[in-house]
Design a protein around this ligand. Structure first.
Ligand code: NDP
Ligand SMILES: O=C(O)C1=N[C@H](C(=O)O)C[C@H](O)C1
Length: 239
């Protein structure tokens, strides 16, 4: 049996970081190499979290899982390049330059960035593309609802769904609601004369994203350098 994969969890004090730290021990193919956040501290489960000022000193790891903020993204990507480690990221709101850096890094490392690590959201994008292709004259609106603390709008998933609609020939419009503690809800709505179709995905909790990211880390560690998607991992139609 091979040694467990050492993970770096970046954004460890956040909502997603907490779910990842809680669920990582359920994935025996992995072990926690290091956990990092903006400020050093200790997680609810007693895990030591390093501050980003000591990011360069973290122990060896094979895969980084990043759920942080765009401001924090470049430093962890640079660390993966320096350490030749695979990179899984779910951080949304990235700039065009950051997306380009990710593509460039994929020439040297296996990289999997996804706006949404739930398998259902990947399937929703495929359904949205097919619906848009079948309903060329209908209006298409994408609505995302998230907790009040979410910083980016439209959500990364909404933009991903919009790309899928555009690939099907549609022209999506976006609306975002930030309210309460909603984990994440996305609706792709098609309106035609006298009728309306809604495709809806609701995440019940953040564990679905964390499980998807841990599964991605194990899968990505076995891939050669390149840019991968959830569809590649799940064996769905390529984007
Ligand atoms: N792709 C997907 O499936 C999903 C993606 N997301 C995305 O993941 C990201 C994180 O979401 P969430 O957990 O709710 O956010 P939180 O605000 O709860 O957590 C953000 C984390 O990033 C850390 N951080 C912030 N700035 C820096 C910095 N400059 N350097 C180092 N660390 C930093 C924070 O550390 P500190 O606490 O010390 O400030 C914290 O640990 C968002 O972009 C969100 O949109 C969320 C859910 C699912
Ligand atoms: O910030 C969140 O919470 C979420 N962000 C992702 C996004 O921007 O699409 C995924 C999920 O909906 C939760």
């Amino acid at each position: 049996m091979s040694d467990p994969l050492r993970l770096l969890i970046h954004g460890a004090t956040g909502r997603m970081g907490a779910a990842l730290l809680r669920l990582q021990p359920d994935v025996p193919a992995t072990t926690l190499g290091a956990a990092v956040a903006r400020r050093a501290g200790t997680s609810a489960a007693g895990v030591a979290i390093a501050g980003v000022d000591t990011l360069g000193d973290v122990p060896a790891f094979e895969v980084a899982i990043d759920f942080s903020l765009p401001d924090a993204f470049d430093a962890v990507l640079d660390l993966c390049l320096a350490r030749r480690a695979a990179f899984v990221s779910g951080t949304t709101g990235l700039s065009a330059d950051q997306r380009a850096r990710l593509r460039a890094a994929a020439r040297q490392l296996p990289v999997l960035w996804a706006a949404n690590f739930s398998p259902g959201a990947a399937l929703l994008a495929d359904l949205a593309r097919r619906a848009a292709a079948a309903l060329p004259q209908w209006d298409c609106d994408i609505v995302d609802i998230h907790h009040a603390h979410k910083k980016d709008a439209p959500s990364g998933t909404a933009l991903r769904l919009g790309d899928a609609v555009a690939a099907g020939g549609g022209q999506p419009r976006y609306a975002s609601i930030r309210a309460g503690d909603v984990v994440g809800e996305h609706t792709v709505q098609f309106c035609g004369p006298g009728e309306r179709i809604e495709l809806v995905h609701r995440a019940a909790d953040r564990d679905v994203f964390a499980r998807g990211a841990l599964r991605a880390a194990v899968w990505l560690a076995r891939q050669p350098p390149g840019e991968y998607t959830m569809n590649d991992m799940l064996g769905l139609t390529p984007d």
